[in-house]
Design a protein around this ligand. Structure first.
Ligand code: ZN
Length: 119
């Protein structure tokens, strides 16, 4: 399951961070997930919870925010991509819907830790 491998990567970062700072308990974890990643936030949350069972992150509160992907052209127009191109990959270029110039997509970030609260 895709969510599980992402969850493992996230938890690995969380534990590394805790070890580095000497944290003993993770209280809160806020994640940001790109809209086009096809990740199911509920399944991801479930995967994170099951991985953190019996660890210092066991009781953390998980918040997952889904962010829309945006495209930006050379003229500075920034447009949310929405659901119109579900099969796009990060190296596809589509013309700006406002001026027709080539656009760049904002980085296709699958899942990043936005905030973590630990002590
Ligand atoms: Zn434009």
């Amino acid at each position: 399951m895709h969510e599980y491998s992402i969850a493992w990567q996230i938890m690995k970062k969380v534990f590394e961070e805790c070890e580095f700072h000497g944290f003993k308990k993770v209280k809160k974890l806020n994640l940001r997930v790109g809209e086009m990643t096809m990740l199911d936030p509920e399944q991801l949350k479930f995967a994170l919870q099951s991985i953190s069972q019996g660890t210092i992150a066991e009781k953390m509160k998980i918040t997952i925010k889904v962010v829309p992907l945006r495209i930006k052209c050379g003229e500075g127009h920034e447009v949310p991509l929405g659901k119109m191109q579900p099969s796009l990959t990060s190296n596809t270029s589509i013309p700006c819907p406002i001026c027709g110039k080539p656009t760049k997509m904002s980085p296709l970030q699958e899942c990043v830790i936005e905030e973590m609260d630990a002590e």
